[in-house]
Ligand binder design. Structure first.
Ligand code: IMP
Ligand code: MG
Length: 184
């Protein structure tokens, strides 16, 4: 049978670990925004799985919009340039916006998204990421809500991809470095 588990160097977070952390984050968000309506802006495709699991744990009236950006193009190094794939931005004026992304790496993607959304005058903007790499960032971005901090390694699974693969793994693991750039 076709198996991808051998492509991983090691597993970092099992599904149960991820989901119990999401319980905690969702409880914190529900408390912080009590009595308010939240507008979640999910950054596709990486945050899809995270968003679906987190959203169902948040006990607030909530709207969802998605943004699609490209910053990776199948490699493991971000180009620094962030291309927005849609023409219209979601209507966030006067809303409490929570931007959701899978991982904070160089910071370029989230900094560009935050900047762009703020031109549409939301009432408040916060950022929630599942993972954050411990490293010097090209652009400073603070995550208001964070799942886990990780070392500067390339990870896949639970929505995160390498060249569009591995998104469907229910857990998060470190990809074997010899597979990166090997064209396999
Ligand atoms: P940044 O703009 O460098 O912060 O990176 C943003 C995007 O790069 C993330 O939303 C991911 O889609 C992708 N990315 C960064 N690091 C990883 C990783 O370790 N695995 C998979 N995707 C990653
Ligand atoms: Mg990606």
């Amino acid at each position: 049978m076709f198996s991808v588990q051998g492509d991983l160097e090691r597993i970092l977070f099992h599904e149960t670990t991820i989901l119990s952390r999401l319980d905690e984050i969702a409880a914190q968000i529900s408390k912080d925004y009590a009595e308010k309506e939240l507008t979640v802006i999910a950054v596709l495709n990486g945050s899809l799985v995270f968003m679906a699991d987190l959203m169902r744990r948040i006990q607030l009236p909530l709207r969802l919009d998605c943004l699609s950006v490209a910053s990776y193009h199948g490699k493991t190094q971000a180009s620094g340039e962030v291309v927005f794939k849609q023409i219209a931005l979601p209507d966030v004026q006067d809303r409490h916006v929570l931007i959701l992304d899978d991982i904070l790496d160089s910071g370029n993607t989230l900094a560009a998204i935050r900047e762009k959304l703020e031109t549409a005058r939301p009432r408040t903007t916060k950022v929630c990421v599942l993972l954050s790499k411990k490293k010097q960032r090209a652009r400073r971005v603070d995550a208001d809500y964070l799942g886990f901090e990780i070392e500067d390694e390339f990870v896949v699974g639970y929505g995160l991809d390498y060249d569009e693969r591995y998104r469907n793994l229910p857990y998060i693991g470190v990809l074997r470095p010899d597979l990166i750039g090997s064209g396999k």
